[in-house]
Design a protein around this ligand. Structure first.
Ligand code: UDP
Ligand code: MN
Length: 488
């Protein structure tokens, strides 16, 4: 006999999540009687048993029983023993016949874990969720309705936050799901036409998904290639699916009337090298879907396009999928679905920039509020991302990626002191001040003043090195990477 902590058995709904206006709008909507059934897939690895059970109770309690065909729990090879026999026994007793448990006998990562869940599903529609979520009342009907109308829609319930330390639910503002050029997801402002309409219950067009919650027609998901099974552990699959569904004739939308709350945790109970896998998976998406824009992903991670030092595996099957589905270009997708993205197509070289007189040191944007370029020991992170454009602009620091974030600044010789400054490119008074001549293994010369960016030895500067603009003395600079176009 398994006894459960009261936080599990004494489960209560603690809403409301919605603004009064939105709530009443959502309540007024009516849905067809003959909606398709859903299979709900939860994946987990080393999750607290009580949290998994909260997710299960919540979906049972807040989904009409005739619409919920089954719940599929995918255990991605957890170590905790309570997630084995205890979990089985509890759910089978509490919900006989409703719950299937799939166990991976090795750790597959979240992408293949979700695919395992899809394989076990038998309903016309499948919903995929992290195993630490709670479902709002009425979450499923709007999602199923949108899919019944058009099976090529991928539906994202709007996400609210469950605070990890108190389990208090916090409603999030209506948002679309975007990402930066590193292919990290983030919430973004909904498209202007959605805002203009002023209807908080209307679907929000979204370029990609955060990923902890999505609902899709089961067969359609198979037809467009599920998630990329060559991706490992975590990250990037959510962005790749967004690019793919749009480029290949489907769509993706957030439904504000369908709400699911998700625990945002600060520590992950599995891999501590998430960054590496997110980078690796991002490169897979870039190579398959992004055409010449893939350079932006390499730039964002500040790695070379040839020999990036990351083995992203074989993408030939995914490229074949793209050809088979006859999908549109990434350019089309950007223009039509993610116009907020900034493009950096005029970049010719990028990466760390070193001076022959200061080995081991790189140009660096320094402290953000200082607006001064500095020399700093090379570490290859984004503060040392330098971009040199075909027009002759030198920019330092992480890509701004989207119109929602400030862009990297321009290196400027304002002709006044000897200190090179960093300014917002659009704020440079005389445009000529931001143009430089720079050839590999040659000087960096201001087109405005004819002075050179150089390194000066100085006892009172950090590391004994100061960056100055001065009369050219013949110092040489090297930049690391070239943009390569086409397949390689
Ligand atoms: N997950 C998994 N296998 C892994 C890593 C993650 O099954 O190797 C699951 C995890 O249990 C969770 C989901 O993937 O249900 C998303 O992971 P997480 O919640 O840590 O990501 P976050 O929501 O914090 O971005
Ligand atoms: Mn999660």
């Amino acid at each position: 006999m398994v006894t459960m902590p009261s936080s599990v058995t004494g489960y209560h709904w603690t809403g409301p999540f919605l603004t009064t206006d939105q709530k009443s709008k959502c309540r007024q909507m009516s849905y067809p009687d003959d909606l398709p059934q859903i299979s709900v897939v939860f994946i987990f690895v080393n999750e607290a048993l009580s949290v998994i059970l909260r997710s299960v109770h919540s979906v049972v309690n807040h989904t009409p029983s005739h619409l919920l065909k089954e719940i599929i729990l995918v255990d991605d090879n957890s170590d905790n023993v309570e997630l084995k026999f205890n979990l089985d026994q509890y759910v089978n007793k509490r919900y006989p016949g409703l719950v299937k448990i799939v166990r991976n006998n090795k750790r597959e990562g979240l992408i293949r874990a979700r695919i395992q869940g899809w394989k076990a599903a038998t309903s016309p529609v499948v919903g995929f969720f992290d195993a630490h979520v709670e479902f709002n009342i009425g979450w499923v009907e709007p999602a199923l309705t949108r899919i019944k109308e058009d099976r090529k829609r991928i539906i994202l319930p709007a996400i609210d936050n469950i605070k990890y330390n108190t389990f208090e639910v916090q409603q999030y503002a209506n948002a679309a799901h975007g990402y930066n050029w590193g292919l990290w997801c983030m919430y973004i402002i909904p498209p202007q036409d959605w805002l203009d309409k002023g209807d908080e219950s209307a679907p929000i067009r979204t370029p990609a998904m955060i990923g902890c919650s999505f609902v899709v027609d089961r067969e359609y998901f198979g037809e467009i290639g599920l998630l990329d099974p060559g991706m490992e552990v975590y990250g990037g699959e959510n962005i790749e699916l967004g690019m793919r569904v749009w480029q290949c004739g489907g769509s993706m939308e957030v439904l504000p009337c369908s709400r699911v709350a998700h625990i945002e945790r600060t520590k992950k109970p599995y891999n501590n090298d998430i960054d590496y896998y997110a980078k690796r998976n991002a490169l897979r998406a870039a190579e398959v879907w992004m055409d010449d824009f893939k350079s932006h992903v390499y730039m964002a991670w500040n790695i070379p396009m040839a020999n990036p030092g990351v083995d992203f595996g074989d993408v030939s099957e995914r490229i074949a999928l793209r050809q088979r589905l006859q999908c549109r270009s990434f350019k089309w997708y950007l223009e039509n679905v993610y116009p907020e993205m900034r493009v950096y197509n005029n970049t010719v070289t990028y990466g760390e920039v070193r001076n022959s007189k200061a080995s081991g040191y790189c140009l660096d944007q320094g402290a953000e509020e200082d607006d001064k370029a500095i020399l700093y020991p090379c570490h290859g992170m984004s503060s040392q991302l330098v971009r040199y454009s075909s027009e002759g602009v030198l920019q330092l620091g992480p890509l701004g990626s989207t119109a929602f974030l400030p862009d990297s600044k321009c290196l400027v010789d304002d002709g006044k002191g000897r200190t090179p400054t960093l300014k917002k490119c659009e704020d440079v008074l005389r445009p000529a001040q931001r143009f430089w001549d720079f050839t590999q293994n040659g000087p960096i010369i201001s087109r405005d003043t004819g002075r050179c960016l150089e390194v000066e030895m100085s006892k009172d500067a950090n590391f004994g090195l100061r960056l100055v603009v001065q009369r050219c003395s013949g110092q040489k600079w090297m930049i690391r990477n070239w943009i390569k176009h086409g397949r390689h």
